[in-house]
Design a protein around this ligand. Structure first.
Ligand code: ZNH
Length: 143
């Protein structure tokens, strides 16, 4: 569970990241494809080379979805708004749940590099919890 202080930290952080959503998202994806090449199998229809338009636009979608979600943490809206994305990832894309842990890890590393000194232990822990909660919802319908 996230405390009120953690929610504030998350809104503050993701407001900053939303401004550079393409950079953060594409870097996290590139890290994932480099360190965990099997994840590329879900993206065979996209150009995954560094700085490609596909990588940037898909990265942006992910970061903006995460940034928007920070507004609704611990409200019923959080689960409701993510219903569509959850069904999409489970039924259409059939993303195996382990992949969410992998992307979360790559996202944390990317954010740490970008934020530097401003990514202290409290905001790090809050981000870790938030990414886990978000991806649990995206993964929960997978069978
Ligand atoms: Zn995902 C898509 C988000 C994870 C894979 N995604 C997507 C989208 C979004 C997202 C927003 C768009 C939708 C529409 O269009 O409607 N994701 C997300 C998030 C996360 C994720 C937030 C975390 C947290 N994904 C993921 C993973 C994977 C994926 C892990 C694998 C590995 N996605 C995907 C795909 C797609 C998506 C494949 C589709 C793409 C295209 O474009 O085709």
């Amino acid at each position: 569970m996230l405390s009120n202080r953690e929610k504030e930290l998350l809104i503050e952080l993701w407001d900053k990241l939303a401004l550079v959503a393409e950079d953060i998202g594409s870097e996290a994806l590139l890290r994932m494809f480099t360190a965990f090449p099997k994840t590329k199998t879900y993206f065979e229809h996209l150009d995954l080379s560094p700085r490609s338009e596909h990588l940037r636009s898909h990265g942006k979608k992910i970061v903006l979805a995460l940034a928007e979600g920070t507004r609704d943490i611990s409200t019923p809206l959080f689960t409701e708004n993510l219903g569509y994305l959850g069904r999409f990832h489970a039924y259409q894309l059939r993303i195996h749940p382990t992949n969410f842990k992998i992307l979360n890890h790559c996202m944390l590393v990317t954010i740490a590099c970008y934020m530097g000194e401003d990514f202290g232990p409290a905001v790090h822990a809050a981000t870790d919890k938030y990414l886990s909660a978000f991806s649990a919802l995206l993964a929960e319908k997978f069978r």
